[in-house]
Design a protein around this ligand. Structure first.
Ligand SMILES: CC(C)(COP(=O)(O)OP(=O)(O)OC[C@H]1O[C@@H](n2cnc3c(N)ncnc32)[C@H](O)[C@@H]1OP(=O)(O)O)[C@@H](O)C(=O)NCCC(=O)NCCS
Length: 180
């Protein structure tokens, strides 16, 4: 993973997660994930899922997640999931190429939480074999653009979305030479 000058330059780099419980998520957290997504307002649901998404659709979506093809890291305050980073891949491609999904409760935004969760989730995802991270976002969603840029992503436009693709291979392999 490329280092993020912005994040590392922050002397208070742990501050986004102070007071929060950070954990790897699995199917046992499905109800908290549903609850978190259902707190997103209609605009944010569109930004996250790229369509108008009802509570019912969210429940169906989460219950159909294949946890064998998903790595998810959450930030919790008590029982409430306040932020979530999810990296998942298609069965056909395997984990080499995966897609990023992010969401943070409104009152927790713009303090580095999504950036922090992305880095934590990437570390777990790379251990599962993820080598290229892709993300899609609406053009005005600057926070995702910044997060992908910090990962060294190439960014372009595809249909009505911005698309970013970050290669994680070189830095990972340099840090973990074969046989070590
Ligand atoms: C996108 C989202 C997850 C960002 O969460 P966040 O915790 O606020 O993000 P961060 O605080 O880590 O911010 C990342 C960068 O974007 C910047 N940023 C945050 N909100 C911003 C905004 N509204 N406009 C411009 N820049 C913004 C931050 O300053 C930071 O930049 P820096 O590293 O140069 O300081 C959150 O806005 C959200 O949940 N949106 C709804 C769902 C969504 O859009 N998901 C993305 C599609 S996968």
């Amino acid at each position: 993973m490329r280092s993020s000058p912005n994040l590392l330059a922050r002397r208070d780099w742990l501050s986004p997660v102070i007071g929060l419980d950070i954990c790897l998520l699995d199917s046992r957290h499905a109800a908290q994930i549903v609850d978190h997504y259902c707190r997103l307002d209609p605009d944010d649901r569109y930004r996250r899922f790229f369509s108008a998404t009802s509570d019912e659709v969210i429940r169906t979506l989460v219950s159909s997640w294949d946890w064998q093809r998903t790595v998810a890291v959450g930030a919790r305050r008590g029982d409430r999931l306040v932020g979530l980073c999810e990296i998942g891949w298609e069965r056909d491609h395997g984990p080499a190429r995966a897609e990023l999904g992010l969401s943070v409760d409104r009152d927790m935004r713009n303090r580095g939480l999504a950036t922090w969760l992305t880095r934590a989730c990437l570390e777990a995802a790379m251990a599962r074999g993820v080598r290229t991270l892709e993300a899609r976002w609406l053009w005005e969603n600057d926070a995702v653009a910044k997060i992908m840029r910090q990962l060294g992503a190439e960014i372009g436009m595809h249909e009505s979305f911005m698309v970013g693709r970050a290669s994680l291979v070189a830095t990972h392999d340099a840090a973990h030479p074969a046989g070590t």
